[in-house]
Design a protein around this ligand. Structure first.
Ligand code: AMP
Length: 271
């Protein structure tokens, strides 16, 4: 596993390879990330992982400050995995020329779910993914369905602009079905217990959805119930079509999407 610390070394090293799988991450490596890496290893000759906590995609300074960072531990886990050929650890200046905001604009119809609640977040994500793809020039990019809206928007942008394919990867969960996330490192036992119960409730809600005449009213009342039971803030609880992310009124081709806060940590999931 070769560590690449800047663009120049990266260009030099990657030049001979034309079957490259890319797994972009912000570190805090967990089994969710490793599943993307394993898939890349199966489908591509070489795999490159990037670790870059992209400040431009954080709409909240506190969130950026508290984001889990442990590069030593991450490298140890990645090395042990034995399926990674290259790790790219860019500095801010390697990616960006200046601190200005992203020039990428979201379409009005895409300002839903997390885009509605995290102003500027996806503009930052799309900008960094555009830049990383230009630098790395991978044949395939592996991204998790846990961040479904991110996957949807990045796929739409990159597959139009580059020859790369964005490959969706299933959400990996812990033994209690809580979706793995680097942010889970910031949760205590009791928070994780609530997350486990929320997952259970979501399964129930999804099961019952098709029996309801007015799904949006049903989800609204369920959202309020969850808020009251667990004393939590919920940004959204919505049923959306997985192909266009439009509000859906059937379970078919649809998932429920949730974003909520535990211990001031914002968690998202979909099922
Ligand atoms: P992050 O480091 O959180 O930016 O995530 C890097 C990549 O890993 C993104 O494509 C995420 O969607 C993906 N990912 C994060 N958590 C999971 C998970 N639990 N299962 C599958 N993929 C995940």
């Amino acid at each position: 596993m070769k560590i690449l610390l800047n663009k120049a070394t990266l260009f030099e090293t990657l030049r001979p390879f034309n079957d490259l799988g890319f797994v972009p991450t912000m570190g805090g490596i967990h089994k969710g990330h490793l599943s993307l890496i394993n898939k890349s290893n199966r489908l591509c000759k070489k795999t490159i992982v990037s670790i870059f906590v992209n400040p431009k995609q954080f709409n909240n300074k506190k969130d950026l400050k508290s984001y889990p960072r442990n590069i030593k531990k991450d490298l140890k886990i990645l090395k042990k995995n034995k399926k990674i050929d290259f790790v790219y650890l860019p500095k801010f200046k390697d990616i960006y020329k200046d601190k200005n905001k992203s020039k990428i604009k979201l379409h009005k119809k895409d300002k839903i779910l997390c885009a509605k609640f995290r102003k500027g977040h996806f503009e930052g994500v799309l900008d960094v993914m555009d830049k990383l793809t230009k630098i790395i020039n991978p044949q395939k990019i592996f991204m998790g369905e846990k961040d479904f809206q991110q996957l949807y928007l990045v796929k739409k942008l990159l597959e139009k602009k580059y020859k790369t394919k964005v490959i969706p990867c299933k959400t990996i969960r812990d033994k209690n079905n809580v979706a793995l996330s680097s942010r889970n490192f910031l949760l205590n036992k009791s928070n994780l217990n609530v997350a486990k119960n929320i997952y259970k409730k979501l399964v129930r809600i999804k099961k019952n959805i098709n029996k309801k005449n007015n799904i949006s009213d049903f989800l609204n009342s369920q959202k309020n119930k969850l808020k009251n039971i667990y004393q939590i803030e919920i940004d959204y609880l919505e049923l959306r079509n997985i192909n266009n992310l439009k509000i859906s009124n059937t379970n078919k081709n649809s998932r429920i999407f949730i974003a909520y806060y535990l211990n001031n940590v914002r968690l998202i999931d979909n099922l």
